[in-house]
Design a protein around this ligand. Structure first.
Ligand code: ADP
Length: 499
């Protein structure tokens, strides 16, 4: 029988999804199941690993039912996942010892402070490409081992640590392989992204016994066969990648200088940085984009805290729009913002500024300023913040970026996309399939089983829906960016003044 379908298991922070694609990259169907979030203390976030597993299996069965395909026509399955979330389980029984500690969880902030106080910050940055933070798995695992007093059993090889990719593979693939891919390993703060190995010095810093770590494999790689109980037939599980990495792959950003930006609540930007490791000089993270045939490709990563959330604020708090989609008509009802800048630093400013004490401000208002100018300034602020990341990445890789490919809810806004192209002076491409994370890992899985024979063929699954070319003249662009920088400087000065 013809194996023509590829399936992505997209295990996210609030739901588990399964998506079916044809080999040509067309989406046939998707199913999702939400699961419960646990907040046992302020700033703590947990998931029940049993919920994660059950909702993931159920969404896979549901999408097969809904589309009516024959499971034996599935060529391969890929797993993409919320990153950094940490699970510890018993190697013999499979039973987890604790709820999963979710990436958002801040419980190990004091562990990170201790690492920094001991002078380990620079070593961690140099080896992992990460800025030490409680967000990454290392200190979460350290906390679990402390809390459960589990180091002795870990040393005896009785326990398994894994991020969600690893946990799902162990539970869904025949023979319980204990593996993770290089992109997920790169988010643990325990993995040396130069040598592509777990790093003894880092393990010692966090007192992590090596015996509980998974084997690190390529992102596109046949791990084994899906357990027969799940769909009744064995199917190769052939890729694993963290969600942002899968999305960069799903946007076919295969050349150095190609980038993707996801415009959701926040914005997540990754740029392909080529096959040589380069530590950012602009406060960005360096990470493994993917690893193929043992060779890592690197990426730079940065995020905007207030992306679409700026539009939610305009809708829910100041009530300047009724729906997010209305922002486009309101913004384009005026010719420009009349010199108004909104800096949505509601929760501080991230890369490349990094000031947690910065707060939101609107500059340049006159007696004539109304809601249209402010809504427009809100949309423009998403583009300016993305511009700052994009240019910082360009400085880091030392060459001109070639294209920015976009996805996420706010990309529906054509005004925002055109303004983004104008401000970064680079073409923006919006693909036909906005499910780039799922598509990315499905393509990786297809590559592992020979549906595609090389990367170029994989890219044939990516199709542009609309392209936005820069139209603004250079002087105007320069003037607008200058105004934005001035507004950010003023915000930073306001945050610092203690008198
Ligand atoms: P997430 O995955 O983070 O929930 P989505 O990709 O679903 O985010 O995108 C939703 C975000 O995009 C919301 O913050 C919303 O305000 C914003 N958004 C949705 N449609 C538009 C639009 N037409 N114009 C501007 N912002 C929009």
């Amino acid at each position: 029988m013809n194996k023509r379908y590829l399936v992505a298991l997209d295990q996210g922070t609030t739901s588990s999804r399964a998506v079916i694609f044809t080999a040509e990259g067309r989406m046939l169907g998707a199913a999702a199941q939400e699961f419960k979030q646990y907040y046992p203390n302020p700033g703590w976030v947990e998931h029940d690993p049993g919920d994660i597993l059950a909702t993931q299996i159920e969404s896979l069965r549901a999408v097969v039912r809904q589309t009516g395909i024959d499971p034996s026509e599935i060529a391969a399955i890929g797993i993409t996942n919320q990153r950094e979330t940490t699970v510890l389980w018993d190697r013999h029984t499979g039973k987890w010892l604790h709820n999963a500690i979710v990436w958002q969880c801040r419980r190990t902030a004091s562990y990170v402070e201790k690492l920094l106080a001991a002078g380990h910050g620079e070593t961690i940055r140099q080896k992992t490409g990460l800025v030490p933070d409680a967000y990454f798995s290392g200190t979460k695992l350290q906390w679990l081992l402390d809390e459960l007093d589990a180091r002795e059993s870990a040393r005896k090889g009785e326990l398994c640590f894994g991020t969600i990719d690893s946990f799902l593979a162990w539970n869904m693939v025949k023979g319980h392989p204990h593996v993770t891919d290089a992109t997920n390993a790169a988010r643990t703060m325990l993995f040396n992204i130069h040598t592509q190995e777990w790093d003894d010095e880092l393990l010692e810093m966090m007192d992590i016994p090596r015996q509980l770590l998974p084997e690190v494999i390529d992102s596109s790689h046949v791990i084994g066969m899906l357990d027969d109980d799940i769909l009744g037939v064995p199917i190769p599980v052939a890729a694993m990648a963290g969600d942002q990495h899968a999305s960069l792959f799903g946007q076919a950003c295969f050349e150095k200088g190609m980038a993707k930006n996801t415009y959701g609540t926040g914005c997540f930007m990754l740029m392909n940085a080529g096959d040589e490791f380069k530590l950012s000089e602009n406060g960005l993270l360096t990470t493994v984009a993917w690893r193929l045939n043992g060779k890592p490709t690197y990426a730079l990563e940065g995020s905007v805290f207030m992306g679409g959330a700026t539009i939610q604020w305009l809708r829910d708090e100041v009530k300047f729009v009724e729906k997010a989609s209305q922002s486009e008509a309101v913004a384009t009802s005026v010719h420009d913002t009349d010199g108004v800048y909104l800096v949505p630093a509601f929760t501080g400013l991230g890369a490349p500024y990094w000031d947690m004490y910065a707060r939101g401000t609107i500059f340049g208002m006159t007696r004539g300023t109304g809601r249209a100018q402010i809504v427009r300034a809100g949309l423009e602020s998403i583009a300016y913040q993305s511009h700052d990341l994009f240019k910082a990445m360009a400085r880091d890789i030392g060459s001109e970026p070639t294209v920015l490919r976009v996805d996420g809810g706010a990309t529906a806004n054509d005004f925002l996309m055109q303004f983004q192209a104008d401000i970064i002076d680079t073409a923006i491409q919006r693909p036909a399939v906005l499910e780039t994370t799922a598509l990315g890992v499905a393509l990786m899985a297809g590559l592992a089983v020979g549906v595609y024979t090389n990367l170029e063929e994989t890219a044939s699954g990516w199709h542009v829906e609309k392209q936005f070319l820069p139209e603004m003249d250079a002087a105007e662009r320069k003037e607008k960016v200058r105004g934005w920088k001035r507004a950010v400087r003023a915000v930073l000065a306001w945050a610092k003044d203690e008198d």
